[in-house]
Design a protein around this ligand. Sequence first.
Ligand code: IMP
Ligand code: MG
Length: 180
Amino acid sequence: MQSDLERVLFEEATILRRLDEMAAQISEHYRDRELTVIAILNGSLMFMADLLRRIPLPLRLDCLSVASYHGKTETSGELIFKQVAPDVADRHLLILDDILDSGQTLVAVREKLQMANPRSIRVCVLLRKKKLRERPANADYLGFEIEDEFVVGYGLDFMERYRNLPCIGVLRKELIAQPK
Ligand code: IMP
Ligand code: MG
């Protein structure tokens, strides 16, 4: 599986070291407020599990399944919510996602949650691609900024594969053009 990578961007140990820093920042901010984490599945699963275990605060966890991809490497536009949004009125929300690419997912999730009148919303992403975006989609907490390349591993998939790779890497171009 690892041989399908053109190169490794972040080894597992590097990711975990960064999560220590992010967890410290998040814990500092939410020290005196009760935090509700909204994790966007499936991509943020590994990230969520490793990050949340580093936050020593009482918190609630809800997961949202959304789909914007149809098996390829480009955003399809329309976002599909697979369930109704959790009841988040008056809560301090922290949205977790694996990667900020076009930003459409986070903009749509934020808009949807905003309708339920939370007290605050912050966004935390492990990766953000360097690119121009139609709508600004900022992250309050960011793991790593990467070039505009298709990456897999540590929860990120290509056609539902590679999520269980412990590292994050760039998938070989010929596999994207013609998956096995
Ligand atoms: P966005 O809405 O374009 O910001 O992207 C949303 C989703 O697309 C992310 O949560 C990922 O699931 C997926 N995605 C975007 N870029 C990549 C990538 O490089 N590898 C794997 N999944 C990606
Ligand atoms: Mg995906």
